[in-house]
Design a protein around this ligand. Sequence first.
Ligand code: GTP
Ligand code: MG
Length: 242
Amino acid sequence: MQLTVIIPTFNEAENLPKLVSALFALPIENLKILVVDDNSPDGTGQKADELALTYPGRLEALHRPGKLGLGTAYKQGFRHAIEAGAEAVAQMDADFSHPTDKLPVLLAALQSCDIAIGSRYVPGGSVDVIWPLWRKALSAFGNFYARTILHLPLRDVTGGFRVWRSEALSAMPMERIRSNGYAFQVETAFVAYRLGFRFKEIPIYFADRRWGISKMSFRIQREAARRVWQMLYEHRRLRRKG
Ligand SMILES: Nc1nc2c(ncn2[C@@H]2O[C@H](COP(=O)(O)OP(=O)(O)OP(=O)(O)O)[C@@H](O)[C@H]2O)c(=O)[nH]1
Ligand SMILES: [Mg+2]
């Protein structure tokens, strides 16, 4: 399967080149990378253009004029990858939180599901030991909160390390997905579940970001918490067709 890995970036100049090297070193044939950069002040966009020259035909960069949010970055990236003929599409953070060596495992899992999720909350999965207790608690609670309200039979609904079969991704009504921040991951999982797609969770160790400063805050979490109720309402009639 031709896999395209989409990496949204905002201020990831330190991380991106190293992540790209790690990804191209994986035993995945025909791997492509699509970077979606939001005019990062630290020059990540230029780094991405340099990488595109280093890996012609294998790495592409989309540039947006400013920080327009994770959700729209992924939507644009998804469309671009599918139009370019990707058979599987991966979502991955640029900051090494998602273990690259698990990508082949997620891809292989697509043999028996539509969406493979790198999961911190199934047996064998975990979050970085150096995370402060408040962040561990917030992440665990956020997951419990979202999956309980939405009745999702998934352990990790907020994580951003996923691989989709392209047919499933193309069938997603992306225009319905209004979350643009971190709730985007929750909302796509919810809509995919309501449409009857099959999931598989693969345990991962989620490392804290290696370089750069954290953008996570209580304010961001509070917004996401509110979005969960809105999406429950907005998709209440959504069912698989036929
Ligand atoms: N293009 C784009 N990428 C973004 C935006 N916000 C975040 N990202 C990227 O999305 C990925 C996930 O964001 P992170 O900041 O790592 O989120 P997090 O892991 O919850 O929080 P920290 O790692 O603690 O900052 C990273 O690759 C970011 O660079 C955005 O508005 N636009
Ligand atoms: Mg991160």
